[in-house]
Design a protein around this ligand. Structure first.
Ligand code: FES
Length: 63
């Protein structure tokens, strides 16, 4: 689904960037430009980053 309408950025793109090493909204903003125009997508983008980080911690703990 589209998270950022201004930049046409999807949740999949945000997760891909997280998978590539981004661990904060600032990292994702730098790489994709999310939340860099109107800013309305920032909260949802932050939620996706947080969920990715929590899942990554769980997976790493299970290994
Ligand atoms: S919806 Fe993302 S910057 Fe406007």
């Amino acid at each position: 689904m589209y998270v950022c309408i201004c930049r046409q950025i999807t949740d999949h793109q945000i997760r891909d960037v997280c998978r590539g090493g981004a661990s904060s909204l600032t990292d994702v903003r730098t790489k994709l430009g999310v939340a860099s125009e109107c800013g309305k997508c920032g909260k949802l983008a932050q939620t996706i980053v947080n969920e990715y980080n929590k899942a990554a911690i769980f997976v790493n703990a299970a290994c």
